[in-house]
Design a protein around this ligand. Structure first.
Ligand code: CAO
Length: 471
């Protein structure tokens, strides 16, 4: 009989792993429990044992390949009459279970399938003895559980078990009794099923047990986050309608962590101002063609880059970082300015280096190229580092003002909103002028409000009359 070998549930909240080693090849004869593959997950290195004795007909993965739980990785022609890892203590429990989950199990063939995937690798107690599942008693299970708990308390290492079952870092992992529906619920809400105490017959875990366990965790142990603070538990949103959970992309996770960190550690203030860019717009149109010839776009952002680099020289506290551990201010003699780029994956901030030494056209060309590479995910990690100040221009999209968050360990960020034609009282008359809204957020620990107002005004005046740069 041809038997498919699937990746079993490796551990709670782990859906995939990387194949690090393949121990056998097509044509090899294997005995039951002989390791076929080695997998590495975020949490552990595990060996995948053969569920039965037989001949390997196909190996469907190779080293370095990512595999998902449930994926078929090998096929084995099982020796007639050979012992197979098919019926387990747990499946017996399933069949005899009357804890209310049974109906769901029998209703869902998919679930049964996935349960079997798990079970193929779980028939053993932690002492290394194979069970005769028919003869398994509550006492046996209790002993196995107690043994596992005792083993878990010991330092890791030691002899890997000889019997079948998924081997994790050299330790056995008997699965606690629960239906696949219950396991899936635990996985979805981030509960480690091994930690749930079952209230059903033979300590079988029910949905209610998982929910009660989750509530207990939420009430007693707030989940610590990378940014170093605890998040409040969320309400059960599904009470009010259908919900869907989706894993954050890596970029979103980093953004969430770094913005949380900045928001909670930096006392933010935002200074708003407006620059009359009527003349500048004419300049931009006139010289924009020069940039275009070189493949760049002379936008407000490119012009602001140059203006900011000069401003940072004049207002060095905006080009600093603070070390709160030593209460020191770090002033930088270089002028690297970051630009917030809106990408399909989220916000990314590449940095243009030595902006003070570059011409406006050079900056326009470099920024156009850098923003395009950033959107195409071709920016290098080092191009995202070393910024002293950031510009975030949302004007291309719209808006009248906003309060950007300082990109720690920088101490200030300039938000730019959409240029609008506004009536401005000038020389005794109302004139339509193009006004550019500026929002300068700063770290109030190091920058005083008056300094921020002066810096914002200085930026506006330079945009209004660029010649002041050379004064
Ligand atoms: N007011 C009016 N129009 C503006 C403007 C402003 N402040 N800023 C840009 N525009 C116009 C440009 O002139 C251009 O117009 P044309 O297509 O007619 O030439 C158009 O908007 C698009 O500009 P752009 O996006 O190509 O170029 P940019 O230099 O202005 O901006 C970049 C580059 C990378 C900053 C921008 O593309 C971007 O990603 N912005 C979003 C940044 C963001 O998400 N910030 C939020 C961070 S949260 O703090």
């Amino acid at each position: 009989m041809l038997r498919e070998v699937k990746i079993p549930e490796i551990s709670e909240n782990v859906d995939s792993g990387d194949v690090t080693k393949v121990f056998v090849k097509a044509g090899d004869t294997v005995s039951k429990d002989q390791p076929l593959l080695e997998l590495e997950t975020d949490k552990a290195v595990v060996e995948l044992p053969s569920p039965a004795s037989g001949k390997v007909t196909e190996i469907l993965v190779k080293g370095g390949e990512k595999v998902n739980v449930g994926q078929v990785v090998a096929k084995i022609e099982v020796v007639e009459g050979a012992e197979e890892d098919e019926t387990t203590t747990e499946s017996q429990v399933d069949e005899s279970s009357d804890d209310g989950d049974r109906e769901e199990v029998s209703d869902s063939s998919k679930d049964i399938e996935s349960e079997n995937e798990e079970l193929h690798f779980s028939e053993a107690d932690s002492s290394g003895n194979e069970h005769d599942s028919e003869k398994t008693t509550i006492e046996d299970e209790d002993k196995a559980t107690a043994q596992y708990v005792a083993d878990s308390a010991k330092p890791s290492g030691g002899e890997p078990r000889k019997s079948q079952g998924l081997i994790r870092n050299g330790r056995p992992r008997p699965l606690p009794p629960a239906s696949p529906t219950v396991r899936r619920l635990a996985r979805e809400i981030g509960v480690d099923i091994n930690e749930v105490r079952g209230s059903g017959p033979r300590a079988r875990i029910t949905k209610e047990d998982v929910k009660a366990h989750a509530k207990g965790i939420l009430l007693t142990k707030p989940v610590p986050e990378a940014a170093g603070f605890a998040h409040k538990p969320l309400p059960e949103f599904h009470k009010w309608g259908n919900v869907r959970r989706e894993k954050m992309s890596k970029i979103r996770q980093i953004t969430a962590d770094s913005l949380s960190y900045a928001w909670t550690t930096i006392p933010h203030v935002t200074q708003h101002d407006k620059a009359d860019v009527t003349q500048l717009e004419e300049f931009r149109k006139k010289y924009g063609k020069l940039a275009e010839k070189q493949g760049g776009k002379l936008t407000v952002t490119a012009i602001l880059m140059k203006v900011i680099a000069e401003g940072l020289k004049k207002f060095p506290q905006f080009n600093s970082s603070i070390d709160m551990r030593s209460y020191e201010i770090i002033y930088k003699d270089y002028y690297n300015v970051g630009v917030a780029v809106d990408t399909p994956l989220g916000l990314i901030v590449p940095v243009i280096r030595g902006v003070d030494k570059k011409s406006m056209i050079d900056i326009a060309v470099e920024m156009t190229e850098l923003a395009s590479r950033t959107r195409d995910r071709k920016v290098k990690p080092e191009e995202l580092e070393g910024g002293n100040f950031t510009i975030s221009n949302l004007g291309g999209i719209g808006g009248t003002s906003f309060t950007p968050i300082v990109y720690a360990p920088q101490v200030a960020i300039l938000g730019v909103s959409r240029t609008q034609v506004e009536p401005v009282w000038k020389d005794g008359t109302w004139e339509p002028r193009m006004m550019l809204p500026l929002s300068l957020s700063y770290d109030h620990r190091i920058i005083d409000g008056a300094d921020a107002a002066r810096f914002a005004r200085w930026i506006a005046e330079v945009l209004e009359n660029p010649l002041t740069l050379f004064l």
